[in-house]
Design a protein around this ligand. Sequence first.
Ligand code: ZN
Length: 110
Amino acid sequence: MACAACGSRGLFHHWWKMRESCPNCNLVFTRSEGYWIGAVAVNTMMSGFLLLITVVVSFLVSLPDLRWQPILIPSALVSVFVPLFLDPISRTFWTSMVAIGRPPEKPSDP
Ligand SMILES: [Zn+2]
């Protein structure tokens, strides 16, 4: 996960704790109130897609003897752990999407 403005790494203190700004170019990540709701939406879409794949694959693997455990257990694990795993990825992706749509201001030359 790299900065959308300069490409440097080290944007996170640890997996779920993002720095307030880029350590290299000082790009501030939280640019407005409610900024991270977009990252939550990205995380929800990616997690939902992976959950759908899990349900379909579990369903197909358990055929022809359909039982609920081989479908429910992997789906529950994906539902809990994938959003946690994808959190820093979705934050970085959202930051880059916003930076593309609304580029950060560059400091003016003296
Ligand atoms: Zn940067």
